[in-house]
Design a protein around this ligand. Structure first.
Ligand SMILES: *Cc1c(COP(=O)(O)O)cnc(C)c1O
Length: 359
């Protein structure tokens, strides 16, 4: 067997011990006599898995008691529509910060439900910056302020929780949840698809303050109604049971790594080394302003685009996979989520230096 270093943006690399544990438990989970895949979601064994999943996530993020944690389907993309349906609460406007491809999509879907106020945009810098907070135009009539904490495609990340100036803060944390410490109490709602930093595709985590739920519009489908899902342990319909289990294993792995505080320190080191290698080279270039660079997704372009294909081919020959950049940005992108060991980043840096030397 020869497992490679997988730099995919999502679905993305798993911690290897998690895959091994899933393999060991494939035929029988603990003393249940069956695979997790075969369990009723109402049975006592699966309910144990569900309880541990929620309590581990609450512990890792220090989620206060007045927040509900939901495990839904439809991806983070479904939330683009479900957030306005659930929390507009009769208001006609919502504010959005536009910093890249994912916030663009969130805005587009929200426009079907309310007047979107684009409070700030970095489109004019081709999404290589985060707009200066002093320039944001916040509308106090808005139901909430939405931002994308890490733009997975453009490689732009907020380094701090923005000041929502009294508005309810909503964040799409799909690609950086659990990679850095956050104060959940500053948010009204946090959401994230699990396939970047938490496990496989197929689960969407929604962490929502309890006073925001119970106000969904009448046309909201009940499986997407935060209140009815909260009242039913996210089991109003059959949940993605095996995926919940896998997310739970990833959370337990993260606890063995020292939790979010410890993994954040490792993420800082990994990203700093990779950016330093890029900045010191004549061949590679990252266009994002220093203060807004993502620790999770590192896009870089080659000075000569005709080297892209040879770069990718040589990288694969060296066991370094999924480095092709998003088609809208071009070049390369290395996604270095929690599960990417520092050794993988160092192998990439060595390869890049060798490729530069020989080209
Ligand atoms: C991947 C991603 C999404 C979309 O997730 P889906 O599960 O495919 O809907 C949304 N927002 C961000 C920031 C992402 O990285």
């Amino acid at each position: 067997m020869s497992r490679v270093y997988n730099f995919s943006a999502g679905p993305s690399a798993f911690p290897e011990p998690v895959l091994q544990q899933a393999q060991q438990e494939m035929l029988e989970w603990r003393d249940s006599g069956m695979s997790v895949m075969e369990m009723s979601h109402r049975g006592k064994h699966f309910l144990m898995i569900a309880e541990e999943l929620e309590s581990d996530l609450r512990a890792l993020l220090a989620i206060p008691d007045n927040y509900k944690v939901l495990f839904l389907q439809g991806g983070a993309s479904a939330q683009f529509s479900l957030i306005p349906q659930n929390i507009l609460n009769g208001k006609a406007k919502a504010c959005y910060i536009k910093t890249g491809a994912w916030s663009e999509k969130a805005i587009k879907d929200a426009m079907s439900y309310c007047d979107v106020v684009v409070s700030a945009s970095s489109e004019d810098t081709k999404y290589t910056t985060i707009p200066e907070a002093s320039t944001w135009v916040l509308d106090e009539q808005a139901a909430y302020l939405h931002y994308t904490s890490n733009e997975t495609i453009h490689g732009v990340e907020f380094q701090e929780t923005p000041d929502a100036k009294g508005l309810t803060l909503v964040s799409d944390m799909s690609s950086n949840i659990l990679s850095r410490q956050i104060d959940v109490s500053r948010y009204g709602l946090i959401y994230a698809g699990t396939q970047k930093n938490m496990g496989p595709a197929g689960v969407t985590v929604v962490i929502v303050r309890d006073n925001l739920i119970g106000h969904a519009s009448k046309t909201t489908p009940s499986v997407f109604n935060y209140e009815s899902q909260a009242n039913n342990g996210s089991m109003l319909n059959t949940p993605a049971t095996y995926n919940w289990y896998l997310v739970g294993l990833v959370l337990k792995w993260l606890k063995t790594q020292g939790g979010v505080e410890a993994i954040e320190q490792r993420n800082i080191v990994k990203a700093a080394k990779l950016y330093q290698a890029i900045d010191q080279s004549a061949l590679y270039h990252n266009p994002v302003e220093l203060a807004s660079r993502s620790r999770m997704n590192v896009p870089f372009i080659l000075a000569d685009a005709s080297l892209d294909k040879p770069f990718l081919a040589a990288a694969e020959a060296n066991g370094l996979f999924e480095l092709k950049g998003h088609r809208s940005v071009g070049g390369m992108r290395a996604s270095i989520y929690n599960a990417m060991p520092e050794a993988g980043v160092l192998a990439l840096i060595d390869f890049m230096a060798e490729f530069e030397r020989t080209h």
